[in-house]
Write a protein that binds this ligand. Structure first.
Ligand code: NAD
Length: 488
């Protein structure tokens, strides 16, 4: 049995209130770990340690030292990747292939930010000869990082790498459902002799996250998760006007025009909707298909669904694992039921798969709901499970209007052989990422984030580092003289 502790001020320790929380494996509902359950008091100690470290020696760390640190972290991730991937699968139920991909993406993220940090030079501005005017980037201070359960270590890496790289100190709080890989990451970090307090781990629930959002000693909070917590963090952050970055949910249209390559579009529609059992913020769960190919497209899609291998992510050959929790499973089933009640046609799935192996664990069949209209709840709200809904459209103008008519704006895709149309749609869709003839690719060099209710700010790319810095104009007058503005 794995047991986890908090890591505060360079020390592994138990929560002050000695709380623990059982960690359940979604594959078979066994308890695989007992995680330390922190309280606000622990969070306050972690924040204080991060503050001391920020005011202390870490403040004078150089970009070269920090770039080296990020590269060394990437090396440690690579070395421990099989173990980390297994832990991630055990804790989230995602397949080992999915978890292993996460681990290589995580190492790539640290290396990308290492290179970016190493290239930081500041800028010398044009100024009179007796003046040195520079634009400097400085760390923001103490960063509270709050992560969700669907990509536990990947989402953490997107925050930790730029935060540390820019010279900040960190208190991270992973989801209390999935703390195991962030805990293991912290163990790895201990090999690197960071000054105490630079990196702190507090595992616990929403109260601990709320403490990070409310604390006047936290200068920036970066959150990935749902809208309810996002809103409360945004309000809490006003106490000291701390910086906020919010990566929230999505309702992502996957638009297929009649001139698309159907074989490829069907294949990608599966990946868009069922990768990690659809528990992806950018999942292409809202399929929109042009009238002329709608029936054929859905027939082909429906034929593929029974062939998706649903099972333990730890076994080779599994293509889709369970969902994260009983609560999620019941929420998803409720959404399917609601869809049917509102007039959608259940083509496949919508229940737990049959067989002894599915008796324990949080299983769902891949599900297709057809003849969905834009006014139905399932076309408007995030389902966050292995469910794809299909709507029919008749023109480019219509699909554009329907696809944009959502409070969210995270990701969208369009399938067509007409590159003019692909370009028009890419520009007109109001989403942070728009793919054409592809789905899901992201990489550290490109920004990630949402329009509208999908969030505030961007992660990854240059902008993902800038989020963790303050800009300073430094002006040095080398030959000061009396000004005489108010006479002698
Ligand atoms: P969640 O909002 O329930 O929890 C996210 C984190 O916030 C957890 O660590 C949780 O303990 C903490 N938290 C909960 N209430 C809080 C509060 N009041 N103050 C501070 N922290 C609080 O989200 P989840 O269920 O873990 O994750 C699923 C959601 O995350 C989905 O909506 C998904 O779309 C979104 N998500 C978005 C992205 C993105 O990049 N935009 C990526 C992954 C997940």
């Amino acid at each position: 049995m794995i047991t986890t502790q908090l890591y505060i001020d360079g020390q592994w320790q138990s929560p002050a209130a000695q709380g623990t929380r059982p960690i359940t494996c979604p594959i078979d509902e066994t308890v695989v770990a007992q995680a330390a359950e922190a309280t606000r008091e622990d969070a306050r100690r972690a924040i204080a340690a991060a503050r001391r470290a920020f005011e202390g020696p870490w403040r004078s760390s150089t970009i070269r030292e920090r770039a080296k640190l990020l590269n060394r972290i990437a090396d440690l991730i690579d070395k421990d990747a099989p173990n980390l991937a297994r832990l991630e699968s055990l804790n989230t139920g995602k397949t080992l292939t999915e978890s292993s991909t996460d681990m290589s993406d995580i190492a790539a993220t640290f290396r990308y930010f290492a290179a970016l940090v190493a290239g930081e030079a500041g800028a010398v501005n044009e100024a009179p000869p007796h003046v040195i005017s520079r634009t400097l980037r400085e760390p923001v201070g103490v960063c509270g990082l709050i992560t969700p359960w669907n990509y536990p270590l990947l989402q953490a890496a997107w925050k930790i790498a730029p935060a540390l790289g820019a010279g900040n100190t960190v208190v991270i709080k992973p989801s209390n459902l999935t703390p195991l890989t962030t805990h293991r990451f912290t163990q790895l970090l201990c090999e690197l002799d960071l000054p105490p307090g630079v990196f702190n781990l507090v595992t616990g629930g929403g109260e601990v996250g709320a403490e990070l959002a409310e604390s006047r000693d936290v200068d920036l909070v970066s959150f990935t998760g749902g809208a309810v917590a996002g809103e409360s963090i945004m309000k809490a952050a006003t106490g000291n006007f701390k910086r906020i970055a919010l990566e929230l949910g999505g309702k992502n249209p996957n638009v297929v025009f009649a001139d698309a390559d159907l074989d490829v579009a069907v294949d990608y529609a599966l990946n868009a909707a069922f990768f990690h059992a659809g528990q992806v913020c950018s999942a292409g769960s809202r399929l929109m298909v042009e009238d002329g190919i709608y029936d054929e497209f859905l027939t082909r899609l429906a034929q593929r669904l029974p062939r998706i291998v649903v099972g333990s992510g730890l076994e080779a050959g599994t293509q889709m694992g369970p969902v994260q929790s009983a609560q999620q499973r019941d929420k998803i089933l409720g959404m399917v039921e609601r869809g049917v009640a509102e007039g959608a046609r259940l083509v496949y799935g919508g229940r737990r798969p049959e067989g002894a192996r599915y008796e324990r664990g949080f299983w769902l069949e891949p599900t297709l709901l057809a003849d969905v209209t834009a006014d139905m709840t399932i076309a408007k709200e995030e389902i966050f499970g292995p469910v794809v809904t299909a709507e029919r459209f008749t023109s480019e103008a219509e699909v554009l209007r329907l696809a944009n008519d959502t409070p969210y704006g995270l990701a969208a895709a369009v399938w067509t052989r007409d590159l003019d149309k692909a370009n028009r749609m890419s520009r007109a869709l109001r989403f942070g990422t728009v793919w054409a003839n592809d789905y899901h690719p992201y990489f550290p060099e490109a920004p990630w984030g949402g329009y509208k209710a999908s969030g505030i700010g961007r992660e990854l790319a240059r902008v993902g580092l800038d989020e963790y810095t303050e800009l300073k104009h430094s002006y040095i007058n080398l030959a000061p003289k009396a000004m005489g503005w108010f006479g002698a």
